[in-house]
Design a protein around this ligand. Structure first.
Ligand code: CMC
Length: 431
C-alpha cells in the first residue's frame, strides 16, 4: 500500500473542518477513512445500499467494474477459468497462493475426508416438507452444523477456524444433494471420496441404487467452470452478510447460513432461477420486445432478470465466459433448447435499447448460467443452491480473513432516523 494522504473536509454550517486520511489499496481507487468524522463535525455519512462505501480491507478478490476486470488473489478470472479447477481455486482463495502438487493433494484429501454428514442429519432433513424449496432446506441444514460441530470450536485457534472452513467446503455439496434427493423422494447417497469434488457431487445428485451412473465429462467440466466463476465476488450482499455476522464472533456455520439466506434473493443469487422462469414466461423470441418494454416501465414492477450489476458498468467478465461456454456445452450435449433462442434475442434487444445502454445494464453472470444448469440436468429450484456450493469457498475465505484480523470491529451501521419525535404515552382508554 502506498503512503496515506489526507483529505480536508469542511462543514460551512458549523465552520468545523476535519482532515480525513486517504487509504490506498494495492490497486483501485483510494478510500476516504471517515471514522473521525462524527467526533470532529457531529455528522454521520449516509450511503443507502453501500454504493460509495468500502466496509473492510481485503486481499482476496479485486473487481474493476468499469474495465470488466475480476481477479482472485491477483489472477485474472479468464486465466483461472482456462487453466485451473474449482478445488485449486478454493485453495487459492483460502490461502492466498496457488498450491504446488503436494499441497493440492493434501487439500483434496482433507476436503474429501470431511464430506460425510452426521447420521442425525437425516432425521433433521426428513422433518422438512418434501416440497420445501432447497434453498430453505440448505439454510436450515447449514445453520444446524453449528449444533453438530460446536464442541471444541475455539475461534481463537487458527487451526480450528481452518477446520470449520474445510468442513463447510466439504459438506455443503453433500447437504445440497441430500436436499435435492429428499425433495424428489430418492434415497440419499453417501459421498464417494475416491471421486473428484465435482464428480462426487454429481454422483450424490444423480446416482440411483438400481444402476451405476455414467458421468459425462462434458457435464463435470462445465460444472467445475461454473463453480470457479461463482467462487467469490468480493463484498457482495451475501459475503457482506457473512462478514457482518462474523464480526459479532458468531459460530462460522451460522455465519455461512446467513450468507445462504442473503444469496437466495432474486436481486442476488436467486436471479439465476428467476432468469429461467422469466425466459419460460416470455416463451417465444417474437415476444421479447414486449418483455423489454415491460422492464423499462417502472410501474410494471418487472426487471430483466440477469441484467445489470452494482459494480460492472461495462460488462461482467463471468458472463462473457459463460456465454461462450453455453454454446459449446449445448452443442456438445446435443441439447437444442428454445430458451437459448429467447435469451439471445433478449440480450440483442436490450443491448440495442437506449434505456439499457444509458444505464449500462449488461447481462450478468446469472443470465446464461441457468440455461447451462438446465442443459446439465440440474432442476430449476437447485440453481441458487449450485451458486451457494461455489460461493461457500468465498464466504469461508472472507470469514477466515476477517477472523485473523487483530483490529476487527463489530459491524454496526448508523441510520437517519425519520420516525416520530418525542411524545408522551397515552393510556389505551384515551386512544
Ligand atoms: N431491468 C430493468 N431496469 C433495471 C435493471 C433490470 N434488470 N437493473 C437496473 N435497472 C434500472 C433501475 O430501474 C434504475 O433505473 P433509474 O436510474 O431510471 O431509476 C437503474 O437501472 C439503476 O438500477 P439500480 O437498481 O439503482 O442498480 P443497483 O446497482 O442498485 O442494482 C441489481 C443492481 C443487480 C440489483 C439490478 O441491476 C437488478 O435488480 N438486476 C436484476 C437482478 C439480477 O440479475 N441480479 C443478479 C446480479 S449478478 C449476481 C449476483 O450478484 O448474485
Amino acid at each position: 500500500m502506498s503512503e496515506a494522504q489526507n483529505v480536508l473536509l469542511s462543514d460551512p454550517a458549523s465552520g468545523k473542518s476535519v482532515e480525513l486520511p486517504l487509504i490506498h489499496g494495492s490497486v483501485g481507487p483510494a478510500c476516504i477513512d471517515i471514522a473521525a468524522l462524527p467526533k470532529a463535525t457531529g455528522h454521520f455519512t449516509y450511503d443507502q445500499g453501500f454504493i460509495a462505501t468500502a466496509s473492510c480491507k481485503s486481499a482476496i478478490t479485486y473487481i474493476d467494474g468499469d474495465a470488466g476486470v475480476l481477479m482472485y488473489r491477483g489472477y485474472p478470472i479468464e486465466q483461472l477459468a482456462q487453466h485451473s479447477n474449482f478445488l485449486e481455486v478454493a485453495y487459492l482463495l483460502m490461502n492466498g497462493e496457488l498450491p504446488n502438487a503436494a499441497q493440492f493433494a493434501a487439500f483434496d484429501h482433507e476436503v474429501a475426508h470431511h464430506t460425510m454428514m452426521h447420521e442425525a442429519f437425516r432425521t433433521f432433513l426428513f422433518g422438512f416438507r418434501h416440497d420445501a424449496h432447497p434453498m430453505a432446506m440448505l439454510t436450515g441444514m447449514i445453520g444446524s452444523l453449528a449444533a453438530f460441530y460446536h464442541h471444541g470450536l475455539d475461534l481463537e485457534d487458527p487451526d480450528m477456524r481452518r477446520l470449520a472452513a474445510i468442513r463447510l467446503i466439504a459438506k455443503v455439496p453433500t447437504i445440497a444433494a441430500a436436499c435435492y434427493r429428499y425433495s424428489i423422494g430418492w434415497p440419499l447417497r453417501y459421498p464417494r471420496n475416491n471421486l473428484e469434488y465435482v464428480d462426487r457431487f454429481l454422483h450424490m445428485m444423480f446416482e440411483v441404487p438400481s444402476e451405476p451412473l455414467q458421468l459425462n465429462p462434458v457435464v463435470a467440466k462445465a460444472l467445475d467452470l461454473l463453480f470457479i466463476l461463482h467462487a467469490d465476488h468480493e463484498q457482495n450482499a451475501s459475503t457482506s452478510t457473512v462478514r457482518l455476522v462474523g464480526s459479532t464472533g458468531a459460530n462460522p456455520y451460522a455465519c455461512v447460513a446467513a450468507g445462504v439466506a442473503a444469496l437466495w434473493g432474486p436481486a442476488h443469487g436467486g436471479a439465476n432461477e428467476a432468469v429461467l422462469r422469466m425466459l419460460a414466461e416470455i416463451g417465444r423470441p417474437q415476444d421479447v420486445g414486449k418483455a423489454v418494454e415491460r422492464a423499462k416501465d417502472k410501474n410494471s414492477g418487472f426487471r430483466l432478470m440477469g441484467f445489470g450489476h452494482r459494480v460492472y458498468k461495462n460488462f461482467d467478465p463471468r458472463a462473457t465466459i459463460i456465454r461462450q461456454m453455453t454454446h459449446k456445452v449445448l452443442a456438445e450435449l446435443g441439447v437444442n433448447d428454445p430458451m437459448l433462442e429467447v435469451a439471445l434475442k433478449l440480450e440483442e434487444a436490450a443491448l440495442k435499447d437506449e434505456y439499457f445502454v444509458s444505464r449500462k445494464l449488461y447481462p450478468n453472470v446469472d443470465f446464461y448460467s441457468g440455461i447451462i444448469y438446465k442443459a446439465l440436468g440440474i432442476p430449476t429450484e437447485m440453481f441458487t443452491v449450485m451458486f451457494a456450493i461455489a460461493r461457500t469457498v468465498g464466504w469461508v475465505s472472507h470469514w477466515l480473513e476477517q477472523s485473523a484480523e487483530h483490529d476487527s470491529k463489530i459491524g454496526r451501521p448508523r441510520q437517519v432516523y425519520v420516525g416520530a419525535t418525542k411524545r408522551d404515552f397515552t393510556p389505551i382508554a384515551s386512544r
